[in-house]
Each structure stands twice: as C-alpha cells, then as structure tokens.
Design a protein around this ligand. Sequence first.
Ligand code: ZN
Length: 490
Amino acid sequence: MVTDAIVESVESRRDRLTDLALDIWDHPQTAFEETYAAGRLVEALEERGFDVDVGVGGIETAFVARYGDGDPVVGTMGEYDALPGLSQRVSATREPVERGGNGHGCGHNLFGVGSLGAAVGVADLIDEGVDGTVVYVGTPAEEAGAGKTYLTRAGAFDDVDAVVSWHPGWFNAPTKASCLAVDAFEVTMEGTSSHAAAAPEAGRSALDGIQLLNTGVEYMREHVPDPVRLHYVITNGGDAPNVVPPDATAEYLVRAPSRDLVESVTERFRRAAEGAALMADVDVEITKTSGVYGVRANETLGDAIYETMADIGSFSVSDEALASDLRDSLGDVSDALEELPPEVRDRAADRSYFTEPIEAPDAGEVGAYSTDSGDVSQVVPLGRMRTATWPVGTPAHSWQAVAASGSTGVDGMLYAAKSIGGTLGRLLTGPELLADVVDEFERQGGADEYESPMPDDADPYELLGVERPTFDPSDGSAGDSSGAEAADDD
Ligand SMILES: [Zn+2]
C-alpha cells in the first residue's frame, strides 16, 4: 500500500530529517533572509536527484524542486522563516539563547523539513514505478512579507494538480477552515515642523493627520460588515512634544473573508487617509505593503488527509520527560482545548502530547487569521493539516513552541512527512480521488480568476525594509556563513 511505502521511506531517513530540522532551528533567520535554511533544503533535495530552480518570483530564497516527469503533478510546500525576539533554548523555562534573538516560534524549521520528507518519499514511489511528478515549493517569508503571493504570481504552482501542506500544531487533523483575506498598508504623513509653543501657527502636524485618520477608522468600524477587522499601530509619532511632528507613520491591516470585501473597505480607508491629510493640511503617502487571499478549503483533500492519518495511526514522543515539563509550563490550557471536539477534549487534557489523528474540528469555519497559503489555494486545490509537534494547548509564537520545535517536535514532523507523502502518493495512484479533488476546486471557481493582490512593480524586499541577501546554494559555504552571522547578529 502506498502509505506503508511512504512510512517506510520516511523512517529510513528519520535521523537525517531530524538532524536537518534541528540544524535549521539552530540558525533562525527571519523573512526573506532565510539563506541558511533554503541552502540546506536545496542541498538535500538536489542530493536526492530533484531539479531545483532557485530565486523564483524574484525572491532569492524561494525555490521550486521537481522530481519525475510524468502526470499527474502533485506538490507540497515548505516554510522556513523564524520570528524576531523569540530566541529560546530547549528548556522548560523561559531562557533565550540570545536576548532579543530570532527563534522558531512557529515551528517552520519542522515545516520545511517535514514537507521535504514527504516529497522525497514520493520520489521513492516514482522510482518504484508510480507515474507522476512531485514538486516541492520552498516558500520564504510567511511570517512577514507574504512570499507565496509572489510565488503564485510567478506561476510556481501553475502545472501542479494538487498541493498538500501542513503547519506545526498540537493535534493531528486536517484543516478544513477557510480564513481571512488581508491588505496591509503603511501610511506616512508629511507636514511642517516648528516650535510647538513659540510658533505653532507655522507648523503642520503629521501626527494630527495620523490621529484624524485613526479617528476615521474608529468611526468606519461601525459601518463595515461584521467579519471585517481593522487594526493599526503608530510606528512614528514624532520625536519630542515641543516640536510639531513634520512626519508620522502608522501601519494598518484590513481583514475580511473575501478579497472583494477587503478591497471595498480599503477603498474607503484610502479616502479616509486623504481626508485626514486634508484636515491636517499635510501630505499623505499610502503604500500597500502586502495583501493575500483567504484560504479556499478543499474538503475532499481534507478527508483524504484524515484517511491517511487514520491508516498511519498515532505516534509516541521520544522525550516524554521534557514533553511533560513543557506542558506543565503552559499552566491552564482549557481555553485551547475548546478547539477540539467535546468528545476528544478529555482524552487530550491529561496528556503531554495528543497524538491520535482526529477529523477536522474546524470544517465550515472562517479562521480569524490570514496566511499567504490563501493565494496558493486560488490557483490549485490545497489540502492543509496540522500535526502534534507541540505539547497540548501550546500557542504558536510562544517560547514553548520554540523549545518544542527544537526537540520533541520532530516526532510530529515525521508524522507530517508520512501523512503528506501518503496523501500525495494516493493522489498519484488514485485517479478518482484526484478527479474529485479537482472537481471540488472547479466548483469553487477554479484557477481562472486569480488576480495578484499586489501591484506588478511591488518589490518585496523594499516593502519589508529588508536587504536582498546574497544566496548561492551551489556554493556550499554560503548558507553556513550567512547562517552564523544571523545567529550572532541581533
Ligand atoms: Zn507559521
């Protein structure tokens, strides 16, 4: 059976996959700077015989790796960016490796390598005579920068028939929820500085403009459909109260379940910004810094993922002592447990890790979050899942998630590799399943309508304020040195 072959293939590489995930965990780099992780992943894929195209969509650390040349074409994705400020040792108490340093608080070190284990497993199937091609898309900058938006626009998924991806979490289940589309803006106002007491009449306050805009946003909040969410922070409000601020900047997010709704609200937001600038008699510049679609869920793929998980069964965690200390450090997790269906809540409540597969607990829901996987789901059927890489109830972006992603999380990562690989293998060998998946996708509107949420000339590096890194994976040392620098940097 296909899933058994994948399980065997992942098990045969257990140590290598584990070492690779922990090595990337040791070199945490943030959005668009992930040269170390991308280098290691490209190296491993090339070694297994994948053809790798690096620098896709104008992003240095993005790549597409392919194995096989037949039909159908199935794919998976790997993320590998870390988060700023979340440096943490493998320890059950808060203990940074380096104060203020980066850390893998979303488990993307496991994400990238788990998907690689799946892709390599499917390559093994192809070698054994299964027809088809497997594609691994290396997708940088998920936490900030929305890398997949640029990859989708560049056509990285165009010849792929179905994609199965995952995310670290604390239970094993397909994800059937959709989520919110979002647009992000940076608004800068420019006025005239003057002495705030001696010559206020000579000044025009950029901060006034920002505050008037925020007041406008607060009033707007009442007159938008209920699921719309508006958030903002002021990132520059001036330097000293005795100087009329000549410039001020704030960042805004507009979220809604559909792109259409996001766009109709952002149109009003732009007018509000212009109106606020007019009132404060200052100039305004509005820059769209990112935009993504909501995820379009594929229930057929979700069911296939669950069946694969059920075939594999559960798994045990290799370091139970650490797992249970980490779980204890979280304290009361009863709110998090609400995410599970009531009938399994009790079984999960008294364990460090909850590793039996369950059916999607979120079918039909719209998650109150956004991800650049949304764009991928507009052009290709996308199946998503979570596996238990973290102790029960662990929130993403917590220090406990960092600690587990560098230790006990690898068991759940191998489980993800098997579950994704098994599902992709079933798509390659089961034409009816693939036809059903594509059929559902087409009923939802198919790939025809994709229009990038970002303008053609958007420069992802400039928008995020990140310098374009030098990345040449064929030079084995490139990844090493930049990784070491990043680890020492912040
Ligand atoms: Zn994440």
